[in-house]
Design a protein around this ligand. Structure first.
Ligand code: MD6
Ligand code: FE
Length: 206
């Protein structure tokens, strides 16, 4: 028998950080942002295999993946326009949970349709790992898995519901993590169902 492993130091989960009215306001702001910067389907470097989720970004920099690699860039790959600004409510969240960190530069928007997932990965394309990565879940509940800093180690699983916030700082900053599954129909927040995850990141050295 093996006990469930504990997440690394620096992992924080803040259940219900955003209440329903604040979740609704955030979704409205995101709708406008996604009108300007539509979701796109990224592909894996080299192989060109499509991701399961669709993505967009807000902020001065956005994370993209294409045949050439992963990178941050100031413009949307399809429209060529700058990404929309990071919503004020997310800047306030960052100030609250990462008061000593320099301001976030990128907010990745991931949209999970029912049946999609995200493989175990590290967030490591940033030039600095001093600031935490902060995430917000909206819509259907997801099963989140987190391990240590090497692939193949023990992991623990938990459910992320709409309004929950996750912070990966300290030893957890480079922990492997992913989404195993979306629990379809568990939220009424998004008209067409599914789940949105927002990840706020500092990209450059301050
Ligand atoms: C997700 N989350 O919740 C995937 N990354 O859909 C992430 O990849 C993530 O929740 C860095 C920090 C927090 C996260
Ligand atoms: Fe991540």
């Amino acid at each position: 028998m093996s006990a469930q492993n504990l997440p690394p130091e620096g992992f924080q989960m803040l259940p219900g950080y955003f209440d329903r009215p604040n979740q609704e306001a955030l979704v409205e702001t995101l709708r406008a942002a996604l009108h300007d910067a539509p979701l796109f389907l990224p592909v894996m470097p080299r192989t060109g295999k499509p991701f399961s989720v669709r993505m967009s970004n807000c902020g001065p920099l956005g994370w993209v993946s294409d045949i050439k690699g992963y990178r941050y860039q100031p413009t949307h790959p399809a429209t060529g326009k700058p990404w929309p600004p990071i919503p004020q409510a997310l800047l306030e969240l960052w100030k609250d949970v990462a008061p000593d960190a320099p301001s976030p530069e990128a907010c990745l928007i991931n949209y999970y349709e029912p049946g999609t997932k995200m493989g175990l990965h590290q967030d490591k394309d940033e030039a600095t790992f001093d600031a935490p990565v902060v995430s917000v879940s909206l819509g259907d509940t997801a099963t989140f898995r987190i391990g240590g800093t090497s692939r193949g180690g023990k992991t623990s699983s938990m459910r992320l519901a709409s309004g929950d916030v996750v912070v990966l700082g300290g030893d957890a900053r480079l922990a492997y993590h992913g989404i195993d599954r979306i629990l379809t129909g568990t939220s009424t927040l998004l008209k067409n169902g599914g789940r949105i995850n927002l990840t706020l990141r500092r990209v450059t050295k301050p």
